[in-house]
Design a binder for this molecule. Structure first.
Ligand SMILES: Cc1cc2nc3c(=O)[nH]c(=O)nc-3n(C[C@H](O)[C@H](O)[C@H](O)COP(=O)(O)OP(=O)(O)OC[C@H]3O[C@@H](n4cnc5c(N)ncnc54)[C@H](O)[C@@H]3O)c2cc1C
Length: 225
């Protein structure tokens, strides 16, 4: 999987802090001056008190290539976002367009069976297309491991929520990998908004019924990210 950052709101931390300051200032907006320290103080204060609407002004657009349909099916359950996904109605599925999970890759027997099954599905897919069946119907035979490309736009509020759910070790490995790559970009561009981003245990108690009992290591990982 390849994750890139396509676009993001200019000066995200400052823009969010300015939006917060507008709520409490008598000054005209272009007269409001914020240095780094004021920006950090305002933003941390509003985020702590739950006024998260100010970070909805900040958005990030990511391009993701080579992600499986297994993962994108979970991704698009996040409704406060915009998506554009490569269509298998219009593009042809190729033998290299499949994700091979490590658990399968690490077993010679499992990977042989997996690759053989993909080959058989692709042979049938090609045969159906040769018979005049449209790609939109021939694709029904394709396994869920098939990869595609997707563009994602989320605002910072939704990103924080997405990171809470999908950076957790309880999330499926591929969407977790995606969430961690997205968080790296978000943290680099908006270090204050995302300073405590990650699974819930980074900020406090783990809400899971069966916690992973690895909180110290996880906190350290996300602090260093
Ligand atoms: C570890 C894990 C396991 C999962 N397992 C399953 C499973 O087995 N089966 C399954 O079906 N799903 C499963 N899911 C998906 C999960 O149920 C959610 O659909 C998904 O995580 C999106 O979360 P969300 O609805 O909070 O977020 P979003 O859609 O991103 O929405 C963000 C927030 O906006 C608000 N919101 C959005 N839409 C509405 C609305 N219509 N009404 C009111 N408030 C709204 C809510 O506060 C919501 O939390 C799993 C998710 C995770 C992380």
């Amino acid at each position: 999987m390849k994750v890139s950052l396509l676009r993001f709101t200019d000066k995200p931390d400052l823009t969010a802090a300015l939006s917060a300051k507008v709520c409490y200032s008598n000054l005209e907006i272009d007269k409001i001056e914020l240095d780094n320290e004021k920006c950090g103080n305002i933003l941390r204060k509003v985020l702590k008190s739950g006024h998260h609407s100010v970070i909805e002004h900040i958005s990030f657009t990511f391009a993701v290539e080579g992600i499986s349909r297994v993962a994108t099916h979970q991704l698009v359950r996040h409704r406060m976002a915009s998506y554009s996904q490569q269509s298998h109605r219009y593009t042809k599925i190729k033998p290299e367009s499949f994700v091979l999970p490590n658990s399968i890759k690490n077993s010679k027997e499992a990977s042989t069976l997996y690759l053989e099954s993909i080959k058989n599905s692709l042979n049938l897919y090609e045969k159906l297309i040769e018979m005049g069946i449209k790609k939109e119907d021939a694709r029904f035979i394709i396994p869920q491991g098939v990869s595609s490309n997707i563009v994602i736009t989320m605002n910072a509020r939704e990103l924080l929520h997405f990171f809470t759910l999908r950076c957790c070790v309880r999330a499926q490995w591929e969407i977790r990998e995606l969430a961690i790559e997205m968080l790296k970009f978000a943290k680099e561009k908006a270090p204050i908004i995302f300073e405590n981003a990650g699974p819930a245990c980074v900020r406090g108690r783990c809400p899971e019924e069966n916690p992973c009992n690895n909180i110290a290591e996880i906190r350290e990982f996300f602090k260093k990210l």
